[in-house]
Design a protein around this ligand. Structure first.
Ligand SMILES: Cc1cc2nc3c(=O)[nH]c(=O)nc-3n(C[C@H](O)[C@H](O)[C@H](O)COP(=O)(O)OP(=O)(O)OC[C@H]3O[C@@H](n4cnc5c(N)ncnc54)[C@H](O)[C@@H]3O)c2cc1C
Length: 389
């Protein structure tokens, strides 16, 4: 097999890898992608993307496709999982455009992936499926990569977008594997007979649990995510497997009628064991020399701020801007790492804090509800995040 060379090699064809390849190709770089899967499956479920992210997608010319595929909720409401009471409401919709200059969207992960893939393919970026990155070696200024399937590739810059168990991260000699958070996410989709007339993101909060639901697929389905505390599945790498509704309802305990009805309408649950890493503490954890990390490879986070994919897309945008600037590859990677690590660390930390607040018991729960009742949207909004880069 020959040696495939390019300016940039992206390892991993998830949201982070496709976003990076697209952003870099838009800057005129020669990019190729390797992806271990033999085909892209419809994995995942819904994700929320805030105005900090839709603004970037708009800049990449993807808004028409986003408008067709996503839902645009009018508000985020926080409710008590037991009493059903609405504690707080943050307007999204028109306010998101007015205050942050971009919409708040909810989209199925497969739709976002498809949208990015089509944009990457339209730029003729080579995508080599069924190629699992195995070794990374530095040869002078160049990086040589071999895949388990025997492909040899050479590049100026290796972009590690290979997810939670990243090989590129290992190549940088960083810390060990991610750790299990003690939280389990059950995800499912409910098909809606007619597009959701009340497009809302609803967060139900209870002691040691929360449930989030919102419309996706242009309002034709409701995405439901239920988070409970529990033991990790027997095999930690087995992150997505069938789970039973009865297990979930037992873990949730006595929730209110409307929430129970929604949960009971989910035809099929899938279970994710949630892993994360401690918030980043230095730029070296985002990239060094000729290797830059993006997305979950660099900063896997709890989904309680709904920004894992969002930060991957921001990473991609900043990496492309740094790549377009003058300097050596190592200088450009260093600039990228310096720009990205504090923001990713802040988002990781805020996601952990949100989890504590959502699942609070006792006085903290009482104080949370009071704050939402008195301060309303003020405590639910995240201007430093949504204003973006
Ligand atoms: C319950 C839940 C809810 C979430 N909700 C949201 C939300 O509302 N908003 C949001 O923004 N984010 C959300 N996220 C987070 C988001 O889904 C992830 O942060 C994001 O998908 C990570 O993308 P990635 O490309 O970095 O990693 P991945 O999606 O894991 O992609 C990595 C890719 O690399 C490939 N790969 C791995 N190893 C190799 C190798 N050695 N060689 C070649 N290829 C390789 C994999 O096959 C895969 O395709 C949520 C996550 C969960 C679990």
């Amino acid at each position: 097999m020959g040696l495939y060379a390019s300016d940039i090699l992206v390892a991993g064809g998830g949201i982070a890898g496709l976003a990076a390849a697209l952003a870099l190709a838009r800057q005129g770089a020669s990019v190729q992608i390797i992806e271990q899967a033999e085909a892209f499956a419809e994995v995942g479920a819904g994700i929320q993307i805030g105005p900090n992210v839709t603004r970037i997608l708009r800049g990449w010319g993807l808004e028409p496709e986003l408008r067709q595929l996503a839902s645009f909720p009018r508000a985020l409401q926080a409710r008590d999982a037991h009493s059903g009471r609405v504690w707080g409401r943050l307007p999204l919709g028109e306010r998101s455009e007015r205050v942050y200059g971009a919409p708040y969207a909810c989209i199925h992960r497969a739709d976002l992936h498809r949208l990015l893939l089509a944009a990457v393919q339209a730029r003729d970026v080579p995508l080599r499926l069924e190629q699992r990155l195995a070794t990374v070696q530095l040869h002078g200024d160049r990086v040589q990569v071999r895949t388990e399937q025997g492909l040899a590739l050479e590049t100026d810059l290796l972009v590690g977008a290979d997810g939670l168990w990243s090989r590129c991260r290992q190549a940088l000699g960083l810390d060990g594997p991610p750790h299990f958070t003690g939280h389990l996410a059950y995800r499912g989709l409910i098909a809606l007979d007619e597009p959701s007339r009340e497009p809302l993101v609803t967060v139900w909060m209870g002691p040691r649990l929360h449930v989030v639901h919102y419309p996706v697929q242009a309002g034709r389905a409701l995405n439901v995510v239920a988070i409970v505390h529990g033991a990790p599945p027997a095999q930690p790498h087995d992150w997505d497997h069938a789970a039973h509704a009865t297990q979930l309802l037992q873990a949730l305990g006595p929730v209110c009628g409307p929430l129970r009805q929604t949960l009971e309408a989910v035809p099929r649950w899938r279970l994710w064991a949630l892993n994360d890493r401690a918030p980043l503490t230095s730029p070296a954890q985002m990239g060094q020399g000729a290797i830059a990390l993006l997305g979950d490879a660099a900063h896997p986070m709890r989904p309680y701020l709904a920004q894992g994919a969002g930060m991957a897309i921001e990473d991609a945008q900043v990496l492309a801007q740094c790549w377009a600037a003058a300097g050596s590859v190592a200088d450009r990677v260093q600039r990228y790492a310096l720009l990205r690590w504090p923001r990713n660390a802040q988002v990781q930390a805020r996601a952990v804090r949100n989890g504590h607040l959502f699942h609070a018991r006792g006085p903290l729960r009482w104080a949370r509800n009071l704050a939402m009742g008195v301060l309303g949207a003020g405590v639910m909004d995240v201007p430093w995040l949504y204003r973006g880069l």
